[in-house]
Ligand binder design. Structure first.
Ligand code: UTP
Length: 292
């Protein structure tokens, strides 16, 4: 029996420079896809996977994220006074239970690895989920729920991967695999962050969802800055691979990188077309726009 992860970590301390000026005063994780902030999609995915505690690694100027996951007391009182019960009901699932959300500050954006390390005391000695919230994964069944099945079968560390065109591999962390357990699951034998195209071991990239063992924190603690001068999670995972199993899982679903303008616009477009309450009105508008 493998210890079931109960906590999920969401690093949200990045500067979001690719989205300036929108992200000058609004965290990029609060940008809206249809009618929910990007971060809410990742949290909902963790809820679907049975997660009980949500750890946000925040930074200065990210207060809107804390407010979003809090009780909006004045708003709810006003809605109640106006008899807007449907709207009050809509807010309820956005809020973790009392005491089920923690916020820890990464004082300087020193990289994803450093952000994860900042969650070490709150996570403690337990396996945990890690989501990069700007990677929005649209899937019939949440990516984390799918990954939990792999974890239950194999334990260890599980990393969601997806195929990209070979000429794009230099933008991502890339995995090398050997033994395949089924069409979607394999053992990882190597990883490299942002390789040169000719050096990449595959075209399978690490796509922002992880199940990790707590020993990763000790590796992060001693990790020197890597690619881009940042403390890289991939480097710490490579160090941990010498001691523990890592499995790749090719999830069912589509990823939209909402930290990037094209990915963000695509997410809005695709999710609007998939929403029963919006699609009928949006489709003709979208089609007309495309003919311009
Ligand atoms: P990104 O590299 O996509 O975020 O990190 P960024 O640095 O905010 O984006 P740009 O390139 O400037 O536009 C992936 C995730 O890791 C978090 C980010 O908030 C994002 O959710 N992150 C990144 C941190 O929490 N701390 C860091 O030091 C770096």
């Amino acid at each position: 029996m493998h210890k079931t992860p109960r906590k999920a970590v969401f690093p949200v301390a990045g500067l979001g420079t690719r989205f300036l000026p929108a992200t000058k005063a609004v965290p990029k994780e609060m940008l809206t896809v249809v009618d929910k902030p990007v971060i809410q999609y990742a949290v909902d995915e963790a809820v679907e996977a049975g997660i009980e505690h949500f750890v946000f690694v925040t930074g200065r100027g990210k207060g809107a994220i804390e407010d979003h996951f809090d009780l909006a007391y004045e708003l709810e009182a006003t809605l109640k006074a106006r008899g807007k019960t449907a709207e009050i009901e809509m807010l309820k699932p956005t809020r973790p239970a009392a005491g089920a959300a923690s916020f820890v500050r990464q004082q300087e954006p020193l990289g994803l690895g450093h952000a994860v390390w900042c969650a070490r005391d709150i996570v403690g000695d337990e396996p945990f989920l890690l989501a990069l919230p700007d990677m929005l994964i649209h899937a019939p069944r949440g990516c984390f729920a799918q990954m939990m099945d792999v974890y239950k079968a194999h334990g260890g560390n599980v990393i969601a991967v997806e195929e990209v065109p070979h000429e794009h591999v230099n933008r991502y962390g890339v995995v090398a695999l050997d033994e395949k357990f089924d069409d979607r699951t394999a053992r990882i034998t190597g990883m490299v962050e942002k390789p040169r195209i000719e050096d990449a071991p595959s075209n399978l990239i690490i796509s922002g969802r992880y199940i990790l063992q707590p020993e990763i924190f000790a590796k992060l603690e001693t990790q020197k800055p890597g690619a881009g001068g940042e403390i890289q999670l991939t480097d710490a995972m490579i160090a941990l691979m010498a001691e523990q199993n890592f499995f790749s899982y090719t999830f069912e679903g589509t990823t939209y990188d909402c930290g990037d303008k094209i990915g963000f616009l695509s997410a809005n477009f695709a999710l609007a077309l998939d929403r029963e309450d919006i699609a009928a009105k949006f489709r003709p508008v979208a089609e007309a726009l495309l003919k311009r």
